[in-house]
Write a protein that binds this ligand. Structure first.
Ligand code: ZN
Length: 489
């Protein structure tokens, strides 16, 4: 299936036709989390946004190599190369090995992502597993003259680089402004210029995470891991690089400079950035006390939450906004999302029971509207509007207020299921009676088994099923209509 997909490229600041470098194969890299604490809402948005993009590319027939890293080293408290390593600090506070911190939160992260129905990437590399690749890249940059060594650390020379290649194009920052900024941070005196950034940092004696290198025992700078790992798995040039808008500068700007500075080529064809989340109109921040963990959303256990919200409600809520716009979380918004999601899932239950009832509605325009919206920079709110159109149609066919023939009913089912489940990744889960549903299913299986046993004259088995159930208080009642059951308390 060929689709004319348009994507908004942060680099060119306009929508461009999506044409992968390697025809049907797409290389996509998304900056993953630095996990030194429980995953929160800020982790969920890029995950859901790029999951939908990944799902859509797969749906239209591309083979996608989707690389999403986990940062487990080198992300300092201050993005400008100062302060303690975020993970090492947490390890010290929790009295754990840094790798135990990463493992602990990676497991929770994976669990949370599964609940959000986020498909795992095809490769999930860790920075600490790619130290050699990072050292090699730093050596290349040094060889090309775009970096310098100072006291065992290596810094990228922004001024030198900018003489040959424009720096700041992605973020739109003026290099003159960056170079004229005064040094206000501690530990910056090794840098020739405050705009320079660390490629390798010499470890202080108390620093735990350290590796040998040609320059010192130390650790890589935060930005170099993404350049090294994307090059390793996707090549020097690849199609999509994604991440949150907060990573645009310095992280992504530095990634471009590192790739150009080592291999001579701009690494990314399409830069995609999801916008930020606010909570009740305020920026999320630890100091503001509005950092809500995903598990707290799922349990409702947070002072700002009026109730628990399922992972699917969170996912649905995010899909109601285009990824390029900001998204404000509030209890009102989430409750409305919960209702909207239930309307869709309830409509599906009705849809699967519908039978053709005559000539009437034409589903083709709705299907086309869904594709048109996805092709227009993955515009999920517009897709949802079409899905709600289908919900209305389903409900009126159910009441015989509208009519549909067999061909259109089939089209309605495939369009609805393709967009709701496969592309938007919504699913019917965590409804309040899940365990009841499961009990009903198990009882149906047992009743069928007993019927089979009786038919085969295996009365030992059929009696055994009845007696076992009786022991746990479940009574089977046989009648002409079949077998029913009740629980005696
Ligand atoms: Zn990154």
């Amino acid at each position: 299936m060929t689709q004319n997909i348009q994507v908004y490229n942060t680099l060119s600041r306009k929508k461009e036709k999506f044409v992968p470098i390697n025809k049907s194969h797409v290389g996509m890299y998304v900056c993953g989390p630095t996990l030194y604490g429980p995953p929160h809402l800020g982790h969920a948005r890029p995950s859901v946004v790029f999951d939908v993009i990944y799902r859509y590319l797969l749906h239209v027939g591309y083979k996608v190599r989707y690389v999403k890293n986990i940062t487990d080293v080198g992300h300092l408290e201050n993005d400008a190369d100062a302060g303690e390593d975020k993970i090492a600090k947490k390890a010290r506070v929790e009295q754990l090995e840094p790798m135990e911190v990463v493992q602990k939160y990676t497991l929770i992260y994976h669990e949370n992502m599964a609940k959000l129905n986020v498909l795992p990437p095809t490769i999930e590399p860790r920075a600490s597993g790619h130290i050699i690749e990072q050292i090699n890249m730093v050596e290349e940059i040094l060889k090309n003259g775009y970096a310098y060594v100072a006291n065992g650390s290596v810094y990228f020379d922004v001024e030198k680089y900018n003489q040959d290649h424009p720096y700041g194009q992605l973020s739109g920052r003026k290099v003159e402004d960056l170079l004229s900024e005064t040094r206000t941070l501690d530990g910056q005196e090794e840098k020739r210029n405050s705009a320079d950034f660390a490629l390798w940092k010499k470890a202080s004696p108390e620093h735990i995470m350290r590796w040998p290198s040609p320059w010192s025992d130390g650790f890589p700078g935060w930005h170099i891991e993404c350049s090294a790992m994307s090059t390793k798995y996707l090549g020097q040039e690849f199609d999509i690089h994604g991440g949150g808008m907060d990573l645009l500068f310095p992280h992504h700007e530095c990634e471009i400079a590192q790739s150009v500075g080592s291999g001579g080529k701009a690494p990314v064809k399409y830069w995609l950035h999801n916008n930020m989340i606010t909570i009740n109109g305020k920026k999320m921040g630890k100091s503001l006390g509005n950092f809500i963990n995903l598990d707290e959303f799922f349990s409702g256990n947070h002072k700002l939450l009026e109730q628990a919200y399922s992972a699917m409600t969170i996912r649905f809520f995010m899909l109601q906004a285009h990824y390029g716009g900001t998204l404000d979380f509030s209890n009102e918004g989430l409750k409305a999302a919960e209702k909207g999601l239930n309307r869709i899932l309830d409509a599906h239950k009705v849809l699967i029971t519908l039978k053709p009832n005559g000539e009437g509605v034409d589903i083709q325009p709705t299907k086309e509207a869904c594709y048109k919206a996805m092709n227009d920079d993955f515009n999920t709110p517009i897709v949802l509007a079409s899905i709600f159109d289908m919900v209305k149609i389903i409900n009126s066919i159910h009441k015989n207020l509208q009519f549909i023939n067999e061909k259109n009913l089939t089209l309605l089912k495939t369009t609805f299921e393709t967009f709701v489940f496969e592309i938007l990744g919504l699913k019917n889960s965590e409804t309040k009676n899940t365990s009841t549903d499961i009990s009903n299913e198990i009882m149906n299986v047992l009743i069928d088994l007993r019927k089979e046993a009786k038919r085969a004259k295996n009365f030992t088995l059929s009696d055994s099923i009845r007696d076992h159930l009786a022991k746990i208080g479940v009574t089977l009642k046989d009648s002409r209509e079949g077998t029913s059951w009740e629980v005696k308390s």
